[in-house]
Design a protein around this ligand. Structure first.
Ligand code: DX5
Ligand code: ZN
Length: 219
């Protein structure tokens, strides 16, 4: 099994000390930066946009995993590529022509991700799974950090893993929301490859150690 990728979510960082928190991730064992873009329409919250990502991108030494919780994401694909996104994730529920959107993301040289809300059945990804580099499975309702993990997620991870294997796809499964030391191991055992952690990492006394522990306990 590959080492679990930990992607700390910047949403839980201290925005008055953003460079410090970016350096913390640079110097930790975390492999990705998870960046949550919210538009106040697709989700009932507004987070941050291009100027903040540009600033992070200047200092980040690890891939940027950008999670778009926005309507009409196609409008911004090019711009996120220019900003340095390595993975660009759009919501299944926000895309009328998902297959086209995935091709557009890849055409800009990024990995294409699809996020699904807790109510979205994984079987809806069967026909596009071969084109998806990453499925971001929401384990909370998107919009806010610090919510509790929805237990039904384990079952969904196992079902998605079956779809991936049945199609001979290499799609990574990322879990986003309420990830802690209480569910990390079980999630990876169910088939998760990437764990996003916001408040659990940034709310810890020692974020660097917390990241390391998450990796250790999922080995
Ligand atoms: C929620 C975001 C998550 C969030 C996770 O809408 O997509 O990435 O930052 O935060 P925690 O780990 O605190 O649940
Ligand atoms: Zn996210």
């Amino acid at each position: 099994m590959n080492e679990t990728i930990i992607a700390p979510s910047i949403l839980a960082a201290d925005f008055a000390n953003l460079q410090r928190d970016v350096e913390m991730i640079n110097n930790s064992k975390a492999q990705w930066f998870h960046l949550d873009v919210m538009d106040g329409v697709f989700v009932p919250n507004i987070s941050f946009g291009m100027p903040v990502i540009k600033g992070i991108s200047r200092h980040a030494k690890k891939p940027l995993d950008v999670h778009l919780m926005i309507v009409d994401p196609d409008r911004y694909i090019k711009e996120f590529a220019t900003l340095g996104a390595a993975v660009l994730t759009v919501h299944y529920e926000a895309c009328t022509h998902l297959h086209r959107t995935l091709q557009a993301i890849k055409a800009e040289g990024m990995q294409a991700g699809v996020a699904i809300n807790p109510h979205t059945n994984v079987s809806l990804l069967e026909d596009t799974i071969a084109d998806i580099d990453l499925v971001c499975m929401m384990s909370v309702n998107p919009g806010f950090g610090g919510q509790s993990f929805i237990e039904n997620t384990y079952k969904k991870v196992r079902a998605l893993k079956e779809i991936i294997n049945a199609n001979g796809a290499k799609t990574k499964i990322e879990i986003d929301g309420g990830v802690t030391d209480k569910n990390a191991k079980q999630l990876v055992e169910a088939g998760a490859d990437v764990l996003v952690a916001g408040s659990f990492v940034f709310g810890a006394k020692n974020p660097t150690e917390t990241i390391e522990n998450l990796i250790k306990m999922t080995k």
